[in-house]
Design a protein around this ligand. Structure first.
Ligand code: ADP
Ligand code: MG
Length: 696
């Protein structure tokens, strides 16, 4: 293993490289842009571009690319080499400030949700100097924003940066009223914990469902699943360990703070967590991490599955979005020793409680995807209902404030393990809660509903904006108050009283909670087609337009794209299922039935009264199931055909995909999985769950 501090960030054009390679004035100007958002002069850009190019070439790069995050959820890149011809028929390596600042990819092939006609193909990528350039696979990658010729935003990064500007502005305004004049920016910070599966590439290649859909569409349960709970935090096997070591190195080279790695609950499932950073960087780094997970896995003969639910019957994968708000001096969600009297902290907390309660449906939308529909509410991930876990101490404080009582702090309790040689330590003031979708964990909130493949920009845009809106409202209320402290305490009391319903510390997996949440009037949006229409209500649009995070047009476009995407995904899954059902499963079962029938005939020919009950019984069972299977193929085929003829808007179409196509897929799968349990191993056409999950 190389020297880690030396390795770390070695492929990043980061602060120390800039300091070393840029003239002092250029470095200062660039730093000002990065820390204060000041715009950058072209002459400065020229100098930066040249230094970047020289550095990249020394590192073996030959190309550069503007790296951006279109609305489809993955990252995009188009590589140009540095070469420029000279008069003597040779080339020199060049890279200008103009090329650094602006690119012009053809935007027509990226989804725009109708904001742009195909003939208006021009799109721009624009350098984001707040995220460092890096080298990947021989190319200098420049993080950029992506917009259309008409100025409509076509990516996920621009609104994220806008939402960070809003929270910076509104937090500073509110804090100033509270007597805290912040220097520099107020930022949100994020540490995303990434779950994933690793399976053997040779087995993966034998399953069309994994290849086309990233998840298994068929598969009977293996004799063993996750019931022994022996995988979570278990010793990491050598092949996986080798993969993780190489992954860490690749991530460290890119300046990604990969910190924690461990086995997860399900067999073949693992997790990686970085140390948190500002939301923009965390979001770029998480996109890169997902890309690296996939590419490093291939080098080890493995495939990394980032789908939210690759296997039925065992846990799927999510991503915990640990989120906080900080100044350069303090974490604003740090309760301190005496939270009850920490008015600034309680104001922050009240803003989050109110924001989450008032815009629950938007948070639900922010994590909606066809893949995540398999998890939310399926007793493994948090339920589809949004609620906040505060833990015992903060809940006691909130209750005391609401009831107008003085709060008495409980004394800290020591842990004694009864072993004299180990040190005693203080017990945390609250236990963990694993089932809450939005949990306070000491000095940050952990939003746990994200699916494993989501671009974390989406939930963070929404989180930042709904909280910024509360800061605005609070500032308006407190501005000009004679006694700010008293006005703030009154506000805190009123907000907690009005929004207490969103706080729930119990078990989110129970039916009682579902019933209780309904009584409290909380949303329970079970699927993406049910959730998405809440994105384009007047309430939601007004919020984002007010803070200049999105235009109404951009929101409608995003709504269309997401639901279109949902329909396309279900459609691909249905077609893949039909293909596997007709070309693989049906012939396999039919062949096995024939084998059994032949065997019956052979036995009978040896001796007329030979006992053949078992074979006959099995042939009958298989034949009945196969006939049912065939009927369900027809039902699914009809559903797919009808989907194309559904009239009306995209909301209606996506509902049809959910209620008819997806429902028929489930039915077909149930029969196939039963057939699998009865068919001989040598005839079954794909690797089984047992092989896929326990072979690495
Ligand atoms: P756990 O969830 O097991 O308690 P940690 O406390 O280590 O784990 O935190 C999990 C993630 O939360 C890590 O990625 C960590 O960097 C991140 N995190 C810690 N503090 C903050 C913060 N102030 N803002 C955002 N993320 C944070
Ligand atoms: Mg966690």
């Amino acid at each position: 293993m190389a020297n880690v501090p030396e390795l770390f960030g070695s492929n990043v054009f980061g602060d120390s490289v800039m300091k070393e390679r840029l003239p002092k004035e250029t470095y200062k100007a660039l730093k000002k842009t990065i820390s204060e958002g000041k715009s950058l002069d072209i002459s400065v850009a020229n100098v930066v571009a040249n230094a970047m190019k020289d550095w990249a070439i020394e590192k073996g790069a030959t190309h550069f690319t503007h790296w951006f995050q279109p609305m489809t959820g993955i990252t995009a890149e188009k590589h140009d080499s540095f070469i420029s011809p000279t008069t003597d028929g040779k080339v020199i390596m060049e890279f200008s400030g103009k090329e650094l600042i602006k690119g012009e990819p053809d935007a027509s092939s990226f989804p725009s949700g109708g904001t742009r006609a195909t003939f208006e193909a021009r799109g721009y990528t624009v350098w984001d100097p707040t995220s460092y350039a890096f080298i990947k696979d021989g190319s200098l990658c420049i993080p950029t924003l992506f917009c259309s010729y008409t100025g409509d935003v076509l990516d996920k990064k621009t609104p994220l940066l806008r939402s960070m500007d809003v929270i910076d502005k509104e937090a500073k305004r509110l804090l100033a009223i509270l007597g805290n004049n912040v220097e520099g920016r107020v930022v949100t910070t994020v540490g995303p914990e990434q779950e994933y599966f690793l399976i053997d590439k040779k087995l993966y290649d034998k399953r069309k469902d994994l290849i086309f859909c990233g998840r298994t569409l068929f598969g009977a349960k293996a004799p063993k699943g996750q019931e022994l709970e022996d995988h979570y935090f278990g010793a990491i096997k050598p092949r996986i360990s080798a993969f993780m070591k190489e992954l860490d190195e690749e991530l460290w080279k890119l300046g990604i703070l990969a910190k924690t790695k461990h086995n997860e609950v399900a067999p073949a499932q693992h997790e990686l967590a970085p140390i948190f950073s500002t939301t923009n960087i965390a979001s770029d780094h998480n996109q890169l991490t997902m890309e690296m997970l996939k590419s490093v896995a291939l080098r080890h003969g493995l495939v990394c599955l980032l789908h939210e639910k690759p296997f039925a019957g065992i846990n799927g994968s999510g991503k915990h979005n640990n989120w906080s708000i900080s100044t350069s001096k303090e974490n604003l969600l740090e309760p301190g020793k005496d939270p009850y009297n920490n008015t600034q902290f309680l104001v922050m907390l009240a803003a989050i409680v109110k924001g989450v309660d008032e815009h629950q449906e938007l948070l639900r939308v922010s994590v909606a995807s066809a893949g995540n529909d398999h998890r939310l509410g399926a007793n493994e991930a948090p339920p589809a209902i949004i609620s906040i876990f505060l833990g015992d101490e903060l809940t006691d404080i909130v209750n005391a404030i609401v009831d107008g009582r003085e709060y008495v702090k409980k004394s800290e309790s020591k842990m004694e393990l009864g072993v004299s040689s180990v040190p005693t330590f203080t017990r945390d003031n609250t236990d963990r809660n694993r089932t809450s979708p939005f949990a306070f964990t000491g000095n940050k909130f952990e939003f746990r509903m994200l699916g494993s493949s989501v671009n974390i920009a989406c939930p963070n845009i929404i989180l930042n904006t709904i909280v910024a809106e509360q800061f605005t409202q609070f500032a308006e209320e407190l501005e000009g108050a004679e006694d700010v402290e008293k006005a703030a305490r009154d506000l805190i009391k009123r907000v907690f009283t009005e929004h207490k319903r969103i706080i729930f510390n119990g078990d989110g997996y129970t039916d009682e909670w579902v019933a209780e949440a309904e009584k409290r009037g909380l949303y329970n949006l079970k699927s993406m087609p049910e959730a998405l229409p809440h994105y384009i209500t007047d309430k939601s649009i007004n919020l984002f337009v007010k803070h200049d995070v999105y235009t109404a047009r951009e929101m409608h476009a995003r709504y269309e794209i997401q639901l279109e995407d949902y329909c396309k995904i279900i459609n691909i899954e249905a077609l893949t299922m039909l293909d596997m059902a007709k070309k693989d499963i049906f012939p396999a079962v039919s062949a096995y039935t024939k084998e059994l029938s032949d065997s019956i005939l052979a036995k009978k020919s040896v001796c007329g009264d030979m006992v053949c009950d078992a074979e006959i019984d099995l042939v009958k069972k298989l034949s009945a199931l196969l006939s049912d299977f065939y009927a369900k193929i027809k039902v699914l085929e009809d559903a797919v055909i009808n989907a194309a003829t559904v009239e009306g808007d995209i909301a209606k179409k996506s509902m049809y995909y959910r209620n008819s196509v997806f429902a028929s897929m489930q039915e077909l799968r149930a029969v196939a999985d039963e057939l699998e349990t009865l068919t001989s191993g040598k005839d079954w056409p794909f690797p089984t769950y047992g092989e896929l999950l326990f072979n690495v």
